[in-house]
Design a protein around this ligand. Sequence first.
Ligand code: CAA
Length: 284
Amino acid sequence: MQINTVGVIGAGTMGNGIAQICASAGLKVVLVDIADAALDRAMSTIDASLDKLIRKESITDSDKQQTLGNIHTATDLQALAGADLVIEAASESEQVKLSLIRQVDEIVSAEAIIASNTSSISITRLAAASSRPQRFIGMHFFNPVPVMALVELIRGLQTDDRTHEAARAFAETVHKTAISVRNHAGFAANRILVPMINEAVFVLQEGIASAEDIDMGMRLGCSHPIGPLALADLIGLDTLLAVMDVLYTSFNDSKYRPAPLLREMVEAGYLGRKSGRGFYRYPA
Ligand code: CAA
């Protein structure tokens, strides 16, 4: 199964990163979002990321132009009609994802694969919303997508071998290493990572150490590239809270309860880097 054109739904942090790596690998990309402003922001993020790669001499200016030329943006889902693979990377809300999957299912060809970049929602449940559950799969990328080498491939109960193999081949094309994971709340990486970050929020909330010292502790004591609270700001506190809520309700186990401070910060609109304030401040 040949994947030449990839549709990406959602031009946020994950969507623009996924669009970038696909376009850099020579694939045609259709990036869709509801607002032109979101698409403009995505294209400037991609531009800045490609500039970083030029500065590192990983790519040339002509590679950059080619990558940008491979990305077409649209505000209408109909633009996805010719896609061989559509990756849904909208916000982490089951209702939003189900509605998008139902619409996309009617637009793309019967052969096309639909994937979701969800970080926690059941792939089996999302697949069931389409008329092609055997050609539905979870493709979970990591932030920042152009830098992080991993993609988790999550098979729903219905996903067939052909789709799984096509997703593996696609991961290779976009230079990511794939691991195969069973469909279970939080999959593998987030099941471990997100409760660790949540625990760091409890440590802060209980006044045990400052944000800076918690992060320094994990960087210098455990060799993490950045501390858990700085990582929370990078991922987005709303996304983290959504993942903790899914873990808590799926396992019905109090060890997954979201830290109250995390919930309160989301209520305040302190979502991390994307809102200019999280555990740290990010002047525009
Ligand atoms: N595009 C291209 N290159 C980028 C980039 C981007 N968006 N962001 C960073 N880089 C490059 C930089 O150019 C730099 O390259 P060199 O080292 O070759 O010079 C390198 O990455 C490091 O960047 P910085 O020096 O700016 O900053 P840093 O050393 O703190 O690294 C980081 C940034 C790579 C993000 C690093 O902090 C890191 O690895 N953090 C952990 C990230 C992580 O755990 N991600 C997973 C989140 S969980 C998730 O995504 C799943 C989910 O569902 C919640």
